[in-house]
Design a protein around this ligand. Structure first.
Ligand code: AMP
Length: 115
């Protein structure tokens, strides 16, 4: 499917069966459909931002809120003390498959180092 990012809009609008773990007027956090760890949550802005390259002076507060909520969800899921990773993939080399800015919150087990 070419417009894969449209699925994220549907998730925000609760038009799918995806489990939303947190939502407010700025962001939505939901379970990844193909979890890479026991906890794998995606955090997205409710207004469309394509990639991390599109964070700017005007929308940087949205990004800060995404980060804040990622940490809040980590605490709610009780993985904050043991630790977790927050990952953003950008474009082709970064492995971004869905062109809708999202943070991956992964944890619940000892994660492999990326470097
Ligand atoms: P990325 O490679 O950073 O673009 O990550 C895209 C992520 O979106 C992957 O981890 C997918 O498993 C996840 N994903 C794709 N479609 C859905 C969906 N319908 N609901 C939840 N997560 C999804």
């Amino acid at each position: 499917m070419k417009n894969k990012h449209l699925i994220f809009k549907k998730i925000i609008n609760k038009e799918t069966s995806t489990k939303i773990v947190y939502q407010d007027e700025i962001v939505t956090a939901f379970e990844d459909i193909s979890p890479k760890a026991p906890i794998h949550i995606l955090i997205i802005p409710n207004t469309f931002i394509k990639t991390s390259n599109d964070i700017n002076e005007k929308n940087k507060n949205i990004f800060a809120h995404m980060f804040y909520i990622a940490v809040k969800v980590a605490k709610d899921k009780k993985i904050s003390e043991d630790g977790y990773k927050i990952i953003i993939n950008c474009n082709k080399n970064g492995g971004q498959e869905i062109n809708y800015l999202h943070m991956h919150l992964v944890g619940g087990e000892k994660l492999k180092a990326l470097y």
